[in-house]
Design a protein around this ligand. Structure first.
Ligand SMILES: NC(=O)c1ccc[n+]([C@@H]2O[C@H](COP(=O)([O-])OP(=O)(O)OC[C@H]3O[C@@H](n4cnc5c(N)ncnc54)[C@H](OP(=O)(O)O)[C@@H]3O)[C@@H](O)[C@H]2O)c1
Length: 325
């Protein structure tokens, strides 16, 4: 068993990560980090958690608890400041290690606290760029969907003018209180935000090799995310490329022609759905990807990355049963 620590356990992604670690046959929770619940039993987070789990300790104590695998479910700047324990596999769900240092002031608003160490982290999306080091930066939720849709097509589309229109449920913003995530704002509403300036834009550009125009929207659902990508094909290999990328995947399902992805089929699980269409009027290629922002967009992918980094079965601990069968 691999001793596992989770930092920021009380957050949305921390809770989802804990759920998958508990379902994992080779991972054992040795430290539950939480600055807000330190000193309290695990049941203080959820009454379904029982005495088999260790009590909460601070995030720093959890980092130093000797775990072989550490999940960082922290805000970006807190994760960026973490000193990885020697020899441990660390999977960061935040944006703290996804970009090169010079991009942080412009996109995140702060200087990276450990710029010299960023090269040691790999940006890993399992189906396209599996982890190749023990320090793993998991992609953002929107970036995951956009890259699953466009990554295999990067050499088959006109790189100028690719547009990614995205919609996410409100859990994408985390559990912190903000006027923009109050029920009174979100319910019966759809709003665009971070228009032309969302933090996932540079990681999408770095992974694809060209920038895209990306606009996210929040829609009145708790969880789930759907991106609709528009691009001009330069050849007729798009479906073939997607089939090649996902034909053997247990996580990403390329839908048959004419079948559209739906949030309802991916909410609460770690799978993603992709569909390819062609606009009859303009010939524009339309690639749609749906996933759960807390599943494939966060905790599911983090555990998938950990599995690959540790040499385990890729889908161990993931929530896929009943989804793709
Ligand atoms: N929500 C998503 O859909 C999603 C998807 C992909 C990636 N992410 C990324 O994953 C990370 C965690 O996201 P989340 O949605 O789980 O966030 P969240 O619900 O806001 O939880 C973050 C947790 O971090 C801990 N924390 C430690 N220092 C903190 C501080 N100074 N301020 C606030 N919280 C602090 C808190 O847990 P303790 O009190 O237990 O320490 C808090 O509950 C973020 O970097 C986010 O961008 C989120």
């Amino acid at each position: 068993m691999v001793g596992t620590a989770i930092l920021g356990t009380t957050g949305y992604t921390g809770q989802e990560t804990l759920d998958r670690v508990l379902a994992h046959p080779q991972l054992d929770v040795v430290a539950l980090g939480s600055d807000s619940l330190a000193g309290l039993p695990a049941a203080a987070l959820d009454v379904r958690l029982n005495g088999d789990l260790p009590p909460f300790i601070t995030n720093q104590e959890a980092l130093e608890a000797g775990a072989e695998l550490v999940f960082l479910c922290l805000p970006h700047e807190e994760a960026a400041a973490v000193e990885p324990p020697s020899g441990a596999t660390v999977v960061d769900l935040s944006g703290g290690h996804r970009l090169s240092a010079e991009l942080y002031p412009a996109w995140y608003g702060w200087e990276h606290p450990r710029p010299g160490e960023l090269e040691g982290w790999c940006y890993a999306l399992p189906e396209l760029w599996p982890p190749d080091s023990a320090l793993v930066a998991s992609p953002g939720c929107y970036a995951t969907a956009a890259l699953l849709a466009l990554g295999p097509l990067a050499h088959a589309v006109d790189r100028a003018g690719v547009v990614v229109d995205a919609k996410s449920g409100v859990s994408g913003a985390g559990r912190g209180l903000a006027a923009s995530s109050h029920a009174g704002f979100v319910l019966e509403n759809v709003s665009a935000y971070a228009i032309g300036s969302h933090r996932h834009t540079p990681e999408i550009a770095a992974a694809l090799g060209f920038p895209v125009c990306f606009v996210p929207h929040v829609v009145p659902v708790r969880r789930g995310l759907l991106v609709t990508c528009y691009a001009r094909a330069i050849d007729d290999t798009l479906r073939e490329r997607l089939e090649e990328a996902y034909g053997d995947s247990q996580v990403v399902r390329l839908l048959s022609a004419g079948v559209a992805p739906e949030l309802g089929r991916v909410q609460g699980c770690d799978a993603a759905e992709i569909a390819l269409y062609e606009d009859r009027a303009t010939g524009t290629a339309i690639v749609i990807c749906a996933l759960d922002n807390l599943g494939k967009g966060a905790a599911g992918q983090a555990v998938q990355n950990a599995n690959l980094a540790l040499g385990f079965e890729e889908t161990a601990g993931l929530r896929l049963a009943g989804v793709l069968v």
